[in-house]
Ligand binder design. Sequence first.
Ligand SMILES: Nc1nc2c(c(=O)[nH]1)N(C=O)[C@@H](CNc1ccc(C(=O)N[C@@H](CCC(=O)O)C(=O)O)cc1)CN2
Ligand SMILES: Nc1nc2c(ncn2[C@@H]2O[C@H](COP(=O)(O)OP(=O)(O)OP(=O)(O)O)[C@@H](O)[C@H]2O)c(=O)[nH]1
Ligand SMILES: [Mg+2]
Length: 458
Amino acid sequence: MSEAVLRRDTIVAIATAVVPQQGSVGIVRLSGDEAMAIAKRLFQAPGKQPWQTHRILYGTIRHPETSALVDEALLLLMVAPRSYTREDVVEFHCHGGMMVVQQVLQLCLEAGARLAHPGEFTLRAFLNGRIDLTQAESIADLVGAQSQAASQAALAGVQGRLAQPIRQLRDRCLDILAEIEARVDFEEDLPPLDEGTVVEDLAAVLREIEGIEATASQGELLRTGLKVVIVGRPNVGKSSLLNAWSRSDRAIVTDLPGTTRDVVESQLVVGGIPVQVLDTAGIRQTSDRIEQMGVERSRQALEAADLVLFVLDAGSGWTGEDEAIYQRVCDRPLITIWNKCDLVASPPSLPYPQSPILTAAAQQQGIEALEAAILEKANAQDIETANVDFCINQRQGAALTRAKSALERVQDTISAQLPLDFWTIDLREGIQALGEITGEEITESVLDRIFSRFCIGK
Ligand SMILES: Nc1nc2c(c(=O)[nH]1)N(C=O)[C@@H](CNc1ccc(C(=O)N[C@@H](CCC(=O)O)C(=O)O)cc1)CN2
Ligand SMILES: Nc1nc2c(ncn2[C@@H]2O[C@H](COP(=O)(O)OP(=O)(O)OP(=O)(O)O)[C@@H](O)[C@H]2O)c(=O)[nH]1
Ligand SMILES: [Mg+2]
């Protein structure tokens, strides 16, 4: 890809949601050298409104040839480099809905702009040096955040809270490298290298890397959330549990076994973590064709689950059908639930060592205990209150791990008393890995992979 050429294109996209439930305002955004010229062809501002940066103009959008009216709109102008992309940016703030923004987009394309790729505005912000790669990734996380805690963590990333420490660590490694290389190049003129200091510095860098690595699981939880699947035999109260938990009538509940046929989804937040809960058809042998398909879907949902909630009926105690289901789920992360505890004085015993959660879903009881158990299983008791300063994603975690092992190899090289130029090989690799996190050293294919996860218009 000849990036230099692509970057000179003026790009355009709808920046606001393009879903059936529309907002009242829709934004079409242009970025690039031609943005202003294109805007001036399409937009007429009455009176003497100046086309100045960071000004809003009021006017009409018209077809440039036919002068047909397309919308009454506002136009926001941001002249390079004072813009999101550091290029000239023009935004049309139109009436919402599908049709107006689509037409404005079409006019911009006909006037010479190119449809932006997913993430291309943010890619330009990165390539033009306004943000680093961790900030760009955090912008995508912020847009996709499913809980307040997730959005707070992403915002910290947008503000550079991860970029800063990583850049500092890389700078410290570069300083060490400079010290060593000076000795390799001009051995005679310099005092001998203070090995002790180098060893200490490396150890300090490694400790900090380990601290940052420890946030990886939190970051992953906040970003992707948990997929929790409710399973159990028919009629134990799985759908009642989902309803009690989501405080809704999301799933149909009846006293007939085999009520739920399809997988019913609900999106919740538990202790700051986005949790997708799937209620499934009760698992049993059945000759009903529709119910068989439901049971098959239960199995598929089970495959994809991060955590299984295995629901049992306290009124009937442990049964052979429960045993059959248990065999299927016992090797998964599992929480066992005795439901309908209102029917018994004390819960029946389990044939395996686990302390069950006691609920009475029909009475909305036991949900707090269930949520606490989920957070404990996910090792995430305090994400909501921890005020996560930064979180790393998988890509960043992998690069940190590479940096760490490279720096550990430098330590080994030093203790093995190998010559100085051996030290620099691994040190450089560590520096390279740290640079990949912030994007100071990055390949085009990695960039493609990162930005293709963005939505169009971002
Ligand atoms: N209408 C609108 N709202 C939006 C955005 C946008 O692009 N358009 N944003 C984007 O998605 C976010 C805001 N982010 C932004 C970040 C930086 C700049 C910007 O112009 N930065 C200049 C400094 C400007 C100045 O100092 O005058 C820069 O950093 O160089 C603009 C928006 C959220 N809201
Ligand atoms: N006493 C009592 N009854 C409950 C409780 N939870 C659910 N039930 C009743 O149990 C019956 C079955 O509830 P559902 O939630 O439909 O059970 P299910 O596990 O989803 O059943 P299937 O979809 O058929 O697999 C209904 O009559 C509920 O009212 C509870 O905590 N206590
Ligand atoms: Mg059900």
